[in-house]
Design a protein around this ligand. Structure first.
Ligand SMILES: Cc1ncc(COP(=O)(O)O)c(C=O)c1O
Length: 348
């Protein structure tokens, strides 16, 4: 039985168990449905075996050795991946400006951080993907146990994960890819190649671009290590089954023909936006991140104009460009509003 179908089943057992709201005492009425599905590991519900089955099905869909559902974001997946493959006093190579979860994971493991830098684009004022050759140099003779790579970067630059994995293999280094912003990649060949079948560990946030609820995420494992003990160290013993069920539904949707069509339409609309704004420059190698630059404005000025004049809020801005994040919930109406604003601003 799947987690989703578990919630279709009526349960008549008188539960003297946690959670004590008993699925029918709704302190916060607006979330009534949430309370109804908020179950725990009772014999009557047995959500644990439904979760195991759902995770196994997810591993089949992604083609991984194991895929784990996370309800504490990519942060927890990165922590678990590092705890899984690194021991105290071993070295981890990580990006100096990476998301804070990377360094925190190294600290939790009692490991030693060794930092690398990404090349920086002065045109866009953003970090580019990391060069495999630079990684190769850093791994040589440094006795590194694991490498963490962020691909894509927040602004949408990817790295050559295949080349980096080949280098890691040669040096006996585990590769952990933070693909928090690339959860759509496995479902379209018009997006960059996903790391899920390449890296030893890949972490994706479903909530960022793939239509998931905050803070749902996935940890994919492709090596011989068992990530379960590491996950047990950092995950609650009372997981949210409603959130876990949304992860199952989310993956099923992404993998369905309906979901793939929706994604393909989104990509098409975003390619069209780029073509219909010839006076704007677009950067990055992921079309779902609109990294845009209008040379006569600084990124900060462009961001302010979009917000003040057109009621459009971007995700992140810098001195040269600004990035508007798109995902499964970005509809044509919103894309057209942005297109019209960019056209007007670039013709001022
Ligand atoms: C590159 C990157 N990695 C990891 C994370 C952590 O993701 P989550 O919020 O799902 O824990 C973020 C969040 O902003 C991020 O931008």
């Amino acid at each position: 039985m799947s987690l989703i179908s578990l919630f279709r089943k009526n349960n008549h057992t008188k539960l003297f168990t946690t959670p004590s709201h008993s699925q029918k005492f709704f302190i916060f009425h607006k979330f009534r449905q949430f309370y109804k599905y908020d179950i725990s590991e009772t014999e009557a519900h047995d959500p644990q075996s439904a979760l195991n089955k759902a995770q196994n099905r997810a591993a089949d869909i992604y083609g991984t050795k194991a895929t784990y559902f996370l309800t504490n974001g990519s942060t927890s997946g990165i922590h678990a991946a590092v705890l899984c493959c690194v021991k105290k006093d071993e070295k981890v190579l990580l990006w100096k400006s990476a998301h804070r979860s990377h360094l925190n994971a190294v600290k939790l493991a009692g490991a030693i951080p060794v930092f690398y830098e990404h090349p920086h684009s002065d045109t866009w004022d953003v970090p580019l993907g990391v060069e495999p050759a630079a990684i190769d140099n850093l791994l040589k003779g440094n006795n590194i146990k694991a490498l963490i790579v962020t691909s894509p970067t927040y602004e949408g630059y990817t790295s050559d994960i295949r080349a980096i994995q080949a280098i890691c293999k040669r040096n006996g280094v585990y590769l952990i890819v933070d693909e928090a912003h690339g959860a759509l990649y496995p479902f379209s060949d018009r997006l960059p190649e996903s790391a899920v079948n390449i890296a030893d560990f890949t972490i994706q946030s479903l909530h960022k671009t793939a239509g998931g609820l905050n803070p749902t995420a996935l940890l994919h494992v492709n090596c011989e290590l068992d990530a379960k003990p590491a996950l047990d160290m950092i995950m609650t013993t009372s997981p949210s089954y409603p959130l876990l069920a949304t992860i199952e539904a989310n993956i099923n949707y992404l993998n369905s023909s309906k979901g793939r069509k929706k994604l393909s339409e989104l990509i098409q609309a975003l390619c069209e936006l780029r073509h219909s704004c010839p006076n704007c420059d677009f950067g990055g190698n992921d079309v779902t991140k609109i990294l845009v630059r209008i040379p006569k404005f600084s990124g900060f000025a462009l961001s302010e104009l979009l917000f003040d004049k057109y009621n459009i809020e971007d995700e992140i801005t810098n001195s040269k460009s600004t990035m508007l994040l798109c995902g499964l919930g970005t509809d044509t109406k919103k894309i057209n509003a942005l297109k019209s604003a960019l056209q007007k601003l670039s013709q001022l």
